[in-house]
Design a protein around this ligand. Sequence first.
Ligand code: HEM
Length: 464
Amino acid sequence: MDAQVLAPQDRLIVPPAPKVHPSPLGYAVFGELRIAWEMGRNLVGAYCEEDFDNLVTPYLFMGSPGLVVSDPAAARQVLTSPNYRRPVKASRPLKPLVGEGLLLSEGETWRRQRKSLAPVFTPAATGGLLPHFVAAGAGLVEALDDRDHANLAQAFHHATLDAVLRALFSRRADAEGALLADLARRYMEGPAHFKFLDFASRGADDLTFLDGDRRALGRRWLKTVDALIAERRAHPHPDVRDMLDRLLAARDEDGAPLPDREIRDQCSSMLAAGFETTSRLLFWAAYLLALDPETQGRIRAEVAAFPAERVASLDDLKAWPLLRAVLFETLRLYPAAPLIAREALEADTVLGCEVVPGCMITISPWLIHRHRKLWDAPTAFRPERFLGQANPWSVEAFIPFGAGPRVCIGAGFALAEAQIILASLLARVEIGLQSDRPVLPKASITLGPDHEPAFVLKPLNGAA
Ligand code: HEM
């Protein structure tokens, strides 16, 4: 683990990270087994020193060729090229929940879906969802009222689930949306994670008879969403209030409305892709701010000058430049989606390395964001690096939301939501940590903590 250095005078804060192994974990069969075991425990736990210096590393795993690509331009080349697709196996855990939605679709179906979903994610449409995020932030503050300690990992899980259910269906996670919240939480915390049989399978539909838990929970979720869509059709809102209203109004290229089944699968895709990722972003941001009370105080001044309740448009979020920079720096150090995988369809060359059909390409935002050739002080928490950066997306080595045509469609949604929820919290309490035990990142689908620490909450004078 990196030493945790806290030196306010030069503000060098190096937050905890898993041990970087001095050399590769081994070669041939034993080395491969050790890497597989380490990665099964923690997807970011098997890296060695040279991984943070190399821009491309070819490897052979169980006889199959692969390439770790950390050169930003080459990573973007892969993510943009039609020669690469998401590995089919990777869709197994989520397929029973999201069906044929955007997250897992491919080829022409994906292209058509992405086009018809574009109006649901325009800045104007995201702006229309801000009242839902403000309400979710208020709900979080209310739930923590009078508490001097809290498990913020769980509190953010609840808040982001609440935010996405409100944004999708105008349902509150602790009231009329409780059944949806329960099903979503149970699926994302259990069956959504990779199991051994996912690695052993040859494709998305192989060995699914062993997948009973996924299918049973997935069926209940889909049935509940079907019922919700039927109810909304029977009693439409008079105006556009949520994403379901927009999906019902969306048209495909021929001007036809989307079929109910597709609307359902798109709603499920948004939930599966958006709830845990944003919760992780909030957790790591809170953790970093607990390690850096000075930055926390400066953000508090921003949110005191412009409280979350006043946010009415995306432009209003410009009132919190440091908060935004902290979220970007959090995504750099602790990318909520730490690994992006692709499979080559045809032969190709990447940075001079031969790629054969079927070759696995690993693009790790974790590695790229901490790469020694790409960043100054790569392991230090320095939100200032993003301050004054009008367009952080122009930083080539910054890819928390992916890149190319399959770049996260919900990035604007996630950032607006996270800013509002964090601003709501920081306006009411000062956050610290109860223990100085380092919290280490541990990755499976998303990058979570190895344990959920207790946060100390100190109410602010004047907070209602
Ligand atoms: C901090 C929060 C988030 C992070 C870090 C994140 C990250 C990502 C990444 C890296 C990808 C690309 C994966 C790949 O290329 O294989 C992706 C895709 C996607 N994300 Fe997000 N995401 C976040 C929040 C959200 C939210 C809030 C939503 C929806 C409301 C969402 C919906 C999606 C969808 C539907 C895709 C698939 C897009 C496609 O294939 O065309 N994400 N996300």
